[in-house]
Design a protein around this ligand. Sequence first.
Ligand code: KG4
Ligand code: ZN
Length: 344
Amino acid sequence: MNDNGKTKKTVIGIETSCDETSVAVMRGDELLSNVISSQIEIHRRFGGVVPEIASRNHLTAILPVITEALEKAGVGLGDIDAVAVTYGAGLVGALLVGVSAAKSLSYALGVPLYAVNHIQAHIAANYIASPELKPPYLAIVASGGHTGVVRVDGYNSFTALGTTSDDAIGEAFDKVARALNLPYPGGPEIDKRAKLGKADIEFISHKKHGPLSYSGLKTAVVNYLHTMEQRGEKVDINDVCASFQKTAVDMLADVAIDAVKSTGADTIVLAGGVAANSYLRAKLKAEGEKRNLKTYFPPMSLCTDNAAMVARRALDMIKEGLPPATLNLNAVSYLPISECYKPQ
Ligand code: KG4
Ligand code: ZN
């Protein structure tokens, strides 16, 4: 590492797991830049992310985004002490663009490469705005690819306590939005419309201790839409959004509260793209106040995919003495939340 006796490491983070090309620079706890080039407009016409198109766009975006992140941070390549990259979970072709760029930088600069688990990075996003936050705590992960409660006992100790039996919560927001002919990504659109509607449609009976099934909830919404169409009855889209959002969030909140009770945790931390949802934030804040729990939420800008969280996660890996990646690092489409990179 370009140590030179420096206590604050300068880390460049790279994130390309889905449809955001992002590069960030952190020096110690300070975020110097976080550039996000989103492909949302490109994928919107297809109603969701097309993996091959995502990979191609990462390829054209990655070098300009690296340059912009360094310029905004006022940092030269020679100042970099370590490179961090998301190596999973995500779309393999998309991940490979970031992994290849990160390997090249690490090799050319002669600095270590850190391979970051995407969900662990989402959780670490909370440390950027709340440096006082420390494990142990319960993380409520709500993203487009993963949903569940994770016990975080240390910076490298992640235990999944409960997870969905099928779709992730963000996936359900996107699929329900598609059934309602709302644009991709569905989460922000449903959040906006839910504020104008009444949450009075019961899609599924509220099974307090049932498994988390977002595919089941999505199917219930689709069945409701078909039944209304067959009966020739008008559907109030805002009411559907409000009712779906309330059910989806309440299901997750129930699982989180059960986990608080069984573990005796006193702190809950929200993570992932759906952490931007206004009802989820309000619900967990209210539950926290009722039960005397400390609650942490990532800032809105760090909820969905970004490289700041990747750089932040790598700083913890460095502090904890986790091994850097070797140059045979590969992208991984499925990666359990508990897994930290091990050199092959
Ligand atoms: O964490 P993320 O950026 O990507 C994955 O790692 O999967 O999450 C993206 C998901 C999408 O499904 C998107 O619809 C959802 O986060 N999302 C929201 C909101 N903003 C983004 N869902 C509900 N309400 C929101 N305000
Ligand atoms: Zn993500």
